[in-house]
Design a protein around this ligand. Structure first.
Ligand SMILES: Cc1ncc(COP(=O)(O)O)c(C=O)c1O
Length: 382
């Protein structure tokens, strides 16, 4: 009966709104047509305020990793010094992309669950002035840490270096105004807080980054961001774009615009706070202890007295709710609750209530209802 029923509370892919699904059924059009140019112009007009940039936002067929690869292929040439700030699995992968691009790679690593310390980056750049590119993950989805990109970007600019931000699981859900915060390139993917299916990578390109790319072109043709920016000024793309996803993107951006970006971000914070209050009341440790560094899009929960994956199985098989497991060294030790995109307070109440039942069934000692009460108290006071 319920084989296809699953509330997707994983940190991507996320639920797709029916409006977006409908928009993607638009009949196919030629990508060199006036219709597509109009569509792309409308998309671009909405993407720029979302990224907080006066620069271009490249719409690329690919996933988040493709967006990160595009950013690195354009700002990092073989032999360039690069600092990778890594706070988890996705930071490690970001570093790997840079290494494969031929960077002379330096890494600042932090314990999983701990945010990066901007002072360390300042000190590192002072002592290593050959490093001209810094890689930072905004929301480290493997741990739920939200790094202080604003302060880090300020430091990177002070050292006259460039910063690339992985905003795959943060953009829309968390504040990240590129130009105001001095960020050079920002990459995200469609299947997270944008609430689209996977398949689109979006890369925000600041004027400063574009200048640098024009002066020192990278080796990649497919990911040539200068070419994307030039073609965007003519409302077109270098290669055949995923037209249906672009229709979906316009609908998603329209929905975000209607709610208002600030309201969207406030909603994500509310969902985070409801979730964290519930988890605390249920006597489970949050992997990210300080609220200030807790991502508004994903909450990570340690499971000291039971196996996280067995717990997830109960949630999925008996209550039809999917939460994610831990990655690498956190496998079996944590579960991750996604609350981004097309998710509201009622969805979280359902999720928290189901979590309580699954905790009870797996033998974690709780009083039923305490988590939901804590979440409701956050909600009614908001
Ligand atoms: C922070 C972060 N970076 C990169 C990625 C990789 O994105 P994709 O799987 O879309 O290539 C993800 C995906 O979960 C992510 O959360």
């Amino acid at each position: 009966m319920f084989s296809e029923k699953a509330a997707l509370r994983i940190p991507g892919p996320t639920p797709v709104p029916p409006e977006v699904t409908r928009a993607m059924t638009h009949s196919m059009i030629g990508h060199r047509s006036a219709d597509f140019s109009n569509l792309l112009k409308n998309v671009e007009d909405k993407l720029r305020p979302l990224f907080g940039t006066s620069g271009a936002v490249a719409v690329i067929a690919g996933t988040g990793t493709g967006g990160l690869e595009a950013a690195i292929a354009n700002l990092v040439l073989p032999g360039d010094g690069v600092l990778s700030v890594t706070t988890g699995n996705f930071g490690d992968r970001f570093a790997d992309i840079a290494k494969r691009a031929g960077a002379v790679l330096h890494t600042l690593s932090y314990d999983w669950g701990t945010p990066a310390n901007p002072d360390d980056i300042d000190r590192f750049l002072t002592e290593n002035d050959h490093v001209k590119v810094v890689l930072v993950t905004h929301c480290e989805t493997s741990t739920g840490v939200l790094n202080d990109v604003k302060t880090i970007a300020q430091i990177v600019r002070k050292h006259n270096a460039y910063i690339i931000v992985d905003a795959v699981s943060s953009l829309v859900g968390a504040k990240l105004p590129m130009d105001e915060w001095n960020i050079d390139l920002v990459a995200t993917g469609s299947q997270k807080a944008l609430a689209l299916p996977p398949g689109l990578a979006l890369v925000g390109i600041s004027e400063r980054a574009l200048q640098r790319i024009k002066e020192r072109p990278g080796r990649s043709l497919y990911f040539d961001l200068a070419r994307y920016a030039k073609d965007l000024s003519n409302n077109t793309t270098p290669w055949t774009p995923p037209v249906s996803l672009v229709y979906g993107l316009l609908e998603s951006l329209t929905m975000i615009e209607e709610e208002g970006l600030e309201n969207v971000q406030a909603r994500h914070l509310l969902l985070r706070d409801m979730t964290r209050a519930a988890i605390r009341a249920l006597n489970l440790p949050l992997l990210v202890t300080e609220d200030q560094y807790a991502s508004p899009t994903v909450t990570t929960v340690s499971t000291p007295d039971f196996d996280a994956d067995a717990f997830r199985k109960i949630l999925k098989n008996e209550l039809h709710i999917s939460v994610a497991g831990g990655q690498k060294q956190l496998s079996g030790k944590i579960f991750r609750i996604g609350h981004m995109g097309y998710v509201d307070a009622a969805d979280m109440l359902q999720c928290i209530s189901a979590i309580e039942v699954a905790l009870y069934k797996i033998g974690h000692k709780i009083e039923l209802g305490v988590g939901i009460k804590a979440a409701e108290e956050v909600l009614v006071r908001a």
